[in-house]
Design a protein around this ligand. Sequence first.
Ligand code: 5GP
Ligand code: MG
Length: 177
Amino acid sequence: EKIKEIMDANQMRRALVRISHEILEKNKGVENLCLVGIQRRGVTLAKRLQENIEKIEGVKLPLGILDITFYRDDLSLLSEHPTVNSTRIDFDINNKKIVLVDDVLFTGRTVRAAIEALMDMGRPKMIQLAVLIDRGHRELPIRADYVGKNVPTSRKEIVHVLVDEFDNDNRVIIEQL
Ligand code: 5GP
Ligand code: MG
C-alpha cells in the first residue's frame, strides 16, 4: 500500500493537548516561556499549542516564526543545507525558555539551523524542541523534548502532515515513494 494514515484528526488534537500539558509540567507553568514555530506547518502547530496553553493556564504565550528553507550546495549536489530565510520574533528572547516547534524531525539539520539563528538573536535561558512526528534518521546529536508520535520510517518514505490552514484536513499520512 502506498499511503497509510498514522494519525487522524482526533489523535493529532490529543497529541497536541498532551504536549501542551507536558510543556507546562516540565516548565512548572508559563513563566518566561515562549514558542517559536518553524515556517509553515511548525507555525500552525505552535499556534495550536499556544491556544491549548491559553485554555489551560489563561496565558497567551508569545509566538515567533523562523522561516527556514533548504538550498543545495553548489559543490555537492547531494547535500541539502537548511538556512534561515527570515525571522519574525518581536519579543526579547534573552533569558527566555523557548519551545521550538516543527512538524517533522528527520536529520536534525533544520533544528540545528534554527538553534543557531536563535543564538544569534540573544541569549535564551533554554531551548526545547517539540515535534508532531519524529521519523528517525538523525544525523546530529539532536532530540525532541516533546514528541507527538515516533514513526520509524525508511528513507524512501515521506510523512505528510495535513493541517486545516493549508490542506483543509487534519491528519498525518505516510507515503511510500
Ligand atoms: P531535518 O532537517 O530534520 O532533516 O528535516 C526536518 C525538516 O524538514 C522539517 O522542517 C520538516 O518540515 C521537513 N521534513 C523532513 N522530513 C519530512 C517528511 O517526511 N515530511 C514532512 N512533511 N516534512 C519533512
Ligand atoms: Mg518544515
